[in-house]
Write a protein of this length. Structure first.
Length: 225
């Protein structure tokens, strides 16, 4: 079983790969910043991962996962997101505090226990923040989502995914009624103020800065998931 450090690097590389075209490398400076280490430390670790054939590393270029590295990263994400579901739905923890708990537990669960946990939870497809949960066979096909800033104005949409796991941000969204599954309608945009107004169903309208709005992903209202 890979070490905690190896799993964390692979998971981080995977998540940063999702923000760019598949063949584009993750810059080493970006990886080092995400891992809170120096560039030299990140480079040494990536070279070690390359020796294990978990990543492809190009000096002065960056890094991407190999097929084996990709598979390992998805296993870590599967553990993390299923643990989050368990902590929220079974133990009743706040959705704003489960990310850090899952960061610890994701490395301690065996595949056998994970399969039992998946079955116990009813094979959930999404974690409490709307992130898709990989199955034992891999990540499901990504749904086409749009953030609040780019969403059509005046059309009911449904909150699908929150891209920021910061507890304060999640609690703010909960107070505003901007949680996964909630129906919302974008009612206004202000280019000068760099803001967007959204009206959650049954709640008061909320004005968000575009940086916050881009962290809230929507899907058509007809799709509950």
């Amino acid at each position: 079983m890979p070490s905690v450090t190896v799993e964390n690097y692979l998971k981080t590389i995977y998540l940063h790969q999702q923000r760019r075209p598949r063949e584009e490398l993750v810059p080493m400076g970006e990886l080092a910043s995400a891992m809170s280490v120096t560039p030299g430390t990140a480079t040494s670790m990536v070279k070690n991962l390359s020796d294990q054939e978990l990543v492809d590393y190009e000096p002065r270029g960056g890094v991407r996962l190999t097929r084996t590295g990709d598979k390992t990263a998805l296993q870590v994400l599967r553990r993390h997101r299923l643990v989050e579901v368990f902590l929220v739905e079974v133990l009743g923890l706040d959705w704003a505090e489960v990310h850090d708990e899952a960061e610890e537990l994701e490395h301690a669960i065996s595949d056998k226990l994970l399969d039992r946990l998946d079955a116990f939870l009813g094979y959930p497809e999404f974690d409490p923040h709307g992130d898709p949960i990989p199955s034992a066979k891999g990540m499901p096909k990504a749904a086409e989502l749009v953030d609040i800033v780019e969403a059509p104005q005046g059309r009911a949409m449904r909150v699908a995914r929150i891209k920021d796991q910061d507890p304060a941000f999640l609690r703010f969204l909960e107070r505003c009624g901007l949680t996964p599954g909630q129906l919302v309608t974008v009612t206004g945009r202000d280019a000068v103020a760099d803001a967007v107004t959204v009206h959650p169903d049954g709640k008061d309208p909320v004005t968000l800065g575009t940086s916050a709005g881009r962290k809230i992903m929507l899907r058509p209202a007809s799709q509950r998931r």
